[in-house]
Ligand binder design. Structure first.
Ligand code: ADP
Ligand code: MG
Length: 427
């Protein structure tokens, strides 16, 4: 059966001598001094960029950056990225997901064996005569970085005229910005109407790994959901209930389900307006949804606060439930140990403050040591995973944020749907 998550990539099409427009996600955080504070997103796009440059493509990179709302905002230019990108690309090796500390010296001195030099030309616009001239002047292997796509209202409006203007710069369109794939913008989907469109390696890995969860996952499939609120994740819970063998729920979200069952969680985070929704989901789950049997209650949400492990209806007056208890953590870890597939999104407690990170750490370690195909997604979940030191043992860490969640809601992402399928027309 052909999978709809098997997309053509840069390896499936000729790239040598072609102008290749690569939509990347370079929306990196900056320091107060305006320098790149975290290179994770640059490192993640590097394998695609390096592959193209090293195979003789003329590479044109474009990204959004912040929310300039359709006009030029000086502080939202990609200049800080242009400054460090050669160093990121110059680092030896090409594996995705490298640490933020990668690229210590780049390849500029030419003394690094297999490392390649990848100079980057930066233009302070993304369309117009200056950009057209720079794109036309590219030689095979050269890299051009355009400025913020969202300086033009046509980007977020997915204006066909703007998409066509961008497409005119290139012969091939590559989308490697999975994190923006749930948006139907000119550079994430519109351009695919004008050019052959394929996936970059980051996009390929996200689509294939998340697609595996939706299409024929190895059984049993165990999902663990946490985080603060049910309301953020109702669509995901609903879709996962149709796919998983067990759905384990912890974190603040579990409080709302426990309250829906009639427990009094005292001052814990409970979404009172979602109790009916929680009851509906519990009924739909027909026993596959598992809630905490104990919680860590605390007098205050602070390090060093007085804590107590109690059953869900045993939270003392004025206290809050801030983590799953040890019996729950053990039960979740056991479920994970026997799983064929595991998906985790959402910390199981207020993991930023000790000791409320214990439930998340226990589950992270259980996932890391299980033989299951494992996917972890969500900004805070990745932070919790890294804090527990086992991020290296996860099959796939999804950095897609909102895009990952929409994917798991079963929705078709415009930035994925527009890319050519393997076995479809070669371009
Ligand atoms: P992700 O970013 O991985 O998708 P969320 O943003 O949904 O995760 O949720 C993460 C947040 O939920 C964290 O800030 C965490 O402290 C909070 N959280 C988890 N459990 C609780 C709880 N019991 N009470 C309050 N906050 C919680
Ligand atoms: Mg979050």
């Amino acid at each position: 059966m052909p999978s709809k998550y098997n997309k053509q990539t840069v390896k499936d099409v000729p790239v040598e001598g072609r102008r290749v427009f690569v939509r990347v996600d370079f929306n990196v955080p900056l320091t107060p001094a305006g320098e790149v504070a975290d290179r994770t997103r640059l490192t993640a796009a590097a394998p695609t960029i390096k592959y193209l440059a090293e195979h003789g493509a003329k590479v044109i990179l474009a990204s959004h950056f912040g929310r300039p709302k359709g006009k030029v905002v000086e502080s939202m230019r990609l200049a800080p990225v242009a400054k460090v990108l050669p160093e990121v690309l110059g680092g030896a090796g090409g594996g995705a997901g490298g640490s933020a500390a990668a690229g210590k010296s780049g390849g500029h001195d030419g003394g690094h064996g297999r490392g390649h030099d990848h100079p980057v030309t930066y233009v302070r616009d993304c369309v117009g005569p200056e950009v057209e001239a720079a794109a036309a002047a590219l030689k095979p292997g050269e890299i051009l970085l355009l400025d913020n796509l969202r300086f033009y209202p046509g980007e977020e409006a997915n204006d066909p005229a703007f998409a066509k203007q961008l497409a005119a710069l290139a012969d091939l369109y590559v989308n490697d910005a999975f994190g923006a794939a749930h948006r139907a913008h000119a550079s994430t989907t519109g351009m695919a109407s004008f050019l052959p469109a394929v996936a970059g390696f980051l996009m390929e890995q996200e689509v294939r790994s998340l697609g595996k969860l939706l299409e024929a996952p190895a059984r049993p499939f165990v999902a663990i959901l946490g985080g603060a609120k049910v309301s953020d994740k109702i669509g995901v819970i609903e879709n996962l209930l149709g796919l998983v063998d067990r759905l384990l729920i912890g974190g603040g979200m579990a409080n709302t389900f426990l309250a829906a069952q009639g427990h009094d969680l005292k001052k814990s985070l409970v979404e009172q307006d979602k109790l009916d929704e929680a009851r509906r989901l519990l009924a739909a789950a027909r026993g596959r949804l598992q809630l905490p049997v104990d919680v860590v209650a605390a007098a205050e949400a602070k390090a060093g606060a007085q804590t107590k492990v109690v059953p869900p209806d045993g939270v003392p007056d004025g206290w809050t439930a801030l983590d799953v208890g040890p019996r729950t953590a053990d039960a979740f870890a056991q479920a994970v140990a026997g799983a064929g597939t595991v998906f985790w999104n959402g910390p199981l407690g207020l993991f930023e403050i000790e000791p409320f990170d214990r439930g998340s750490t226990a589950v992270a370690k259980a996932i890391a040591s299980s033989k299951a195909f494992s996917v972890v997604g969500g900004g805070d979940s990745i932070a919790a995973l890294e804090k527990s030191g086992v991020a290296g043992s996860i099959s796939h860490i999804s950095t897609g944020g909102g895009a990952s969640l929409e994917f798991l809601e079963g929705r078709e992402l415009p930035g994925v749907a527009c890319l050519a399928d393997r076995g479809g027309a070669a371009q």
